[in-house]
Every structure is written in C-alpha cells, then in structure tokens.
Ligand binder design. Structure first.
Ligand code: FES
Length: 608
C-alpha cells in the first residue's frame, strides 16, 4: 500500500492506495469531489489534478495533447489516466463552486387537499357485541391501512386507541390510513418532493396545512465522479456492481442530508414528513431505487421498470416517518423519464384543449407535444455541449461562467456572479455562436471563416479575434490576461461542430414530433422551455442557431424547474395518482433511432 497525500478544499487528507490504482477511482472511492464528465474515458479533459511529487505512471501522449505543454510542465495530470506507483502528493482543485441550480417553480399554484390529510376519526369503543380487532375496527371503516403489516406500529395501536377513547387523529395518505401521530406532534404535517437531475438535485419541503412549499435545498448530484451524463453513469454500473451500489448510496445519503437540513431550518421533525415524491430521468430513477439501469444504454434500451412505485421509506433508507409512503413517478421509456411526466403535469398540457410543446434541453432533450386527447414524446441525444462539456472552454453554470455574450464594436459579456471569467456555459455558447453567425464569423455550414472573408462592416476589434488554434480558425472571447484561469477563453471550430450536433438533435426531434402528430407550427399554442438550461437560454439566440424553430419564437414560455414543480404538485393534490397515470397512458413514445425521417432531418438541421 502507498500513501497519497491529497490537498483538497484547504484540507490535507491521506489516502491509502494499492499499486497501479487509477487516481480518479481512488478519489471517487474517498468521496473527493472531482468532475469526470466522460466517466473516466480520457475524453473530456476535466478530471485534472496537480501532482506535487511522487511516483506515478508516465504522462501519455494523449494527456499531453489534452492538457498542453504549459499545464503538463506545471504537473497537471488527468486523474483517469494517472496510476499510483508509490507515495505521492497531489492537489485536487476545488470544483464545488456554487452551481446555479434551477429551483424556480415559475408561478405554479398549490391549492386543494394534498395527497396527505389528517382527520379526527371516531372508531367507536368495542364491546361484547362488537368484538372487531383494533386493526379491523379501522379497516372496516376505511379499507386498506398502510400500517397493517407493520408489527411495531400494531404493537402500539392498542394504547394509541385507548388513550384517546377510540377518537383519534389519523393521517391518511391517498385515502389510506397511515399513522396515528403522537399527541405532542406538530399540527402541521409535511411532504418532500425531489427532482433528481443528472447534474443537480432539488429537494422541496411542502406544508400540507398551509398548502405551500416552504423551503428547498439543492446540490450537485454526488454521482458526478461517475460521469456527467446518463450513459457514463450506466457504463460505470456495467464496469462493476459496486459502482451501482455506490451511486445509489451516494444520492440517498445526500437526499437524507437535505431532508435533515430542511427539518432543522424549519423546526420540523422527520416524523412529521409523511410522503415523498421523486422524479428524474429513467436512469436516475433506477439508481435512486438501487435498480440496475444497464440495459437502458444499448438497443433496444429496456429499463427494468417504468411503473409508478409506492415504496416504504425503509425500502430506500429514506428518513421520513416510517409509516409514510414514497412515490416514484412513472417513466414513459428508457429515455423519457418521470421528470418529463412531472413537467407535463406541472405545465398542465395533458388537460389543455390547445396543442402545446414542452422541451427540456440537457444532454438528452425530452420533447412532448399534444393536448388533453393525446401526447407524443421523444428523446433525442444532444450530448453534453449545452452543459459545457466537450467544449474547449466549456464549464457548467457556475460562478465565473460566461453566460451572455453580445458582439457590437467588440465582444461584451456577463458572467455568473460577476466573477472573472473562467469558461463559458451552455447559454453563453449558444449566445456567442448566434452572435458570430450575425457577424458572418461563422457561415451557414458552421465554418469559422478567415479574417479576409469578413464583411468590411465587421469592426477590426472583432475581426482580430479570429485566431488560429491547432490549425483551425477559432474565436477569442477573452484573452488570458483577463480570465480567472490565465488562459484564453476561445470557441474552436470543434466547439461549433459539437454545438451543431447538439442543436440538430433537438431541432430534428421537435420536427419529427410535429410531423408524427399531424399538427403544424400554426396549431401550436405554446412552447414551454423546461429545466435549468432552458431557463437561462436567450430565446432569440436559440432560434437564430436553429435550436428552436423560428416559427415558434413568439410562443416560447419559460416553465422553470417544471419537473420539480410536477413532483410538488403531485404531493399537493389528492387527484395526482390518477392524473399522472392518465398522462402515462395517453403518451405515445416515438423512437427516433428507428425513425426513417430522423437522420435526414438531423442532417438538414445541422446547417445554420
Ligand atoms: S478525461 Fe478523465 S474523466 Fe474525462
């Protein structure tokens, strides 16, 4: 065993490592936060550590290409390509930079009775003419009880009933008796709604008495070291069952911590939380339930389950009232998950007479089109470009990310948190490419032109930003002297191609769905943009690059975190189980990989 001394977030940690251990694996196992968007496949170049001393394998040629001479000379390595061969000392950069996490509920209103209710019920005292058991006394009146197989609770039932002379306050969940709260428990009772995104997780606390979400917390998905997208996370499960277990444990642990924080901040006991609903893409749903998602990764893309599940808190190890009930909202297919069902529920498009479209853009774009009679959905693989991955200077929506760009007499931009720029996030990439198109810096095929091809109206300060990078043209957004990383922030020709692929995938998905439904652009009343990226996207720029069809530009509405709002609405309504099942039943899934029109449409949409 060797010692690996790690400096991380102002801490010094000593890890034990066997010989030839891959550094990324060692860091993951010890819960050290390190990004690995490609899941350790040496493609993304983001899993950087700085080696101060020690024995490690030699730097590979590929690492030199990815990191560049200067960083290699400064001791930087890709942790997924670095093996421990002796004692060593490394610095892991702090990547826990506050991400802007989308928790906006966008004007969603909560009213009516929730899925959990508390009533005082009179069971009537037993006598020799009425010798029904304590449990039967409740079942006879209210049917199935959620606690009927909970021996610990049944053991307490006689005293609970007799203390109150058989007139008890009873918690009902979805109409089923669930619990008799302690006499000293709070008047209010609560629920939790969770949106488990591949990148971020949002946890909301809902008060059933005031009928309002009263607080929320959000955090970066702790599965991040296993890859940025669902395919990398699934790949890691294929590599070892331990990775599946670890990913599942990590997210449960962080959700329990979030529930603990919400309880502490709001003076709530976990015992007063009676329900939880969670949504996520199909892979996140599987991982949260500890189910293997491996067959989702390859054709024919089969999940273990897409059903709505009602689970006991102990099934998942979630710390709410043990007599509570947890709802996993249903999915539609391997790539249209419960987050999409939640988003449909939140927008109300399943009850609308008019035709609406909902689009959630991430590494996959989920698109739903339809109305109260029928919904059509598809999922299209956009890749991670919109999340800043596979882009030379791409970063997530963190402080210091360039998020808005305008080209006028020169380039002007804003950054998240007004910090020195450290990279460019998805909305910034869409903006800058739309602006480059406007200036003729990119032609309709996506080629970054030479300076002498520019129109003479393009200011010299802008034209001079076309530079050479690795033999191709690139566009300098900000020079090294003004960035937080002391490196140029540029858009390369390869970045433009990545964005073309991503936008073509989404645009083609929208067009295929419109065609499959038989509707036209004119029939569409509203186009909801859901999710974090959609919220920060400038609609005119998205239409300029062809991510959203121009014909829909005036119909675009922001739906905020529609998936999270859907999970909250689910617990806030007593009709939710029926409604969500109705959404699932009326949704027709369109598989794009076998759709004869998709590849032609995709190629058409590649152009600007
Ligand atoms: S390059 Fe190492 S995880 Fe992507």
């Amino acid at each position: 065993m060797f010692k690996v001394y790690v400096s991380f977030k102002d801490q010094q940690i000593t890890l034990q490592s066997e010989e030839n251990k891959v550094l990324l694996d060692l860091l993951r196992e010890n819960e050290i936060d390190i990004p690995a968007p490609c899941g350790g496949k040496s493609k993304c170049g983001k899993c950087i550590v700085q080696v101060l001393s020690g024995k490690l394998n030699d730097v590979a040629a590929h690492e030199k290409d990815v990191l560049g001479k200067e960083r290699i000379n400064a001791g930087y390595r890709l942790s997924c390509m670095t093996k421990v061969l002796g004692d060593c000392s490394i610095i892991v950069p702090d990547f826990s930079n506050e991400a802007t996490i989308m928790t906006d509920l966008s004007g969603v209103e909560f009213s009516g009775n929730g899925i959990v209710n508390k009533f005082t019920i009179n069971l009537g005292k037993p006598n020799v003419h009425d010798q029904a058991s304590d449990l039967e006394r409740i079942q006879d009146k209210y049917g199935k009880c959620l606690f009927e197989n909970n021996m610990r609770f049944l053991n307490q039932l006689p005293s609970l009933l007799r203390q109150s002379d058989f007139k008890v306050e009873m918690i009902f969940i979805d109409g089923m008796p669930a619990d008799i709260p302690d006499q000293d428990s709070k008047k209010d009772y609560f629920g939790i709604a969770i949106d488990i995104g591949t990148t971020t997780v949002a946890v909301y606390l809902y008060d059933f008495v005031s009928k309002n979400p009263i607080d929320h917390v959000s955090f970066l998905n702790p599965q991040k070291p296993f890859g940025a997208d669902v395919i990398s996370r699934i790949d890691s499960c294929i590599q070892s069952e331990e990775n599946l277990k670890r990913q599942s444990e990590l997210v449960i642990l962080h959700v329990n911590n979030a529930i603990g924080t919400l309880c502490k901040n709001n003076g709530v006991s976990t015992n007063d939380i009676y329900t939880m609903a969670f949504v996520g893409n199909t892979t996140m749903m599987h991982l949260f339930m500890g189910i293997s998602p491996v067959n989702i990764a390859s054709s024919p893309f089969i999940p273990v389950t897409v059903a709505m599940h009602r689970l006991k808190p102990s099934d998942l190890g979630i710390t709410i009232n043990p007599n509570g009930l947890i709802y996993a909202l249903p999915c539609i297919s391997g790539y249209v998950g419960a987050d999409t069902v939640g988003a449909v529920y939140a927008t109300g498009m399943h009850k609308n007479n008019k035709i609406t479209v909902m689009c959630d853009i991430g590494t996959n774009g989920e698109i739903v089109l339809g109305n109260r009679d029928q919904l059509y959905t598809c999922s299209t693989a956009a890749g991670p470009a919109f999340e800043g991955a596979n882009i030379k200077c791409g970063i997530g929506g963190v402080a210091g990310a360039i998020d808005k760009v305008k080209i006028d007499t020169d380039v002007v931009y804003t950054t998240i948190g007004n910090k020195k720029p450290t990279g460019i996030c998805g909305s910034g990439i869409v903006d800058v490419i739309a602006e480059m198109l406007d200036e003729g810096i990119i032609d309709y095929t996506g080629r970054i032109v030479d300076q002498d091809e520019l129109d003479e109206t393009v200011p010299t300060a802008v034209a001079d930003r076309i530079i050479n990078f690795s033999g191709d043209n690139a566009f300098l957004v900000e020079s090294a002297s003004k960035t937080g990383t002391k490196e140029d922030i540029i858009i390369t020709q390869k970045d433009v191609r990545e964005l073309q692929n991503a936008k073509a995938a989404i645009a083609a998905g929208i067009l295929i769905l419109i065609k499959a439904s038989g509707y036209t652009f004119d029939d569409i009343d509203a186009f909801y943009l859901a999710g974090g990226f959609g919220n920060y996207l400038k609609v005119s720029a998205a239409c300029k690059i062809g991510l959203i069809p121009k014909e829909l530009e005036s119909k675009v509405k922001n739906a905020g975190n529609a998936a999270g709002a859907g999970a909250l609405l689910f617990i806030s309504s007593e009709d939710s189980v029926r409604e969500v099942e109705d959404i699932k039943n009326k949704t027709e899934y369109i598989e794009l990989s076998t759709n004869p029109d998709f590849s032609n449409q995709y190629i058409d949409c590649m152009f600007f």
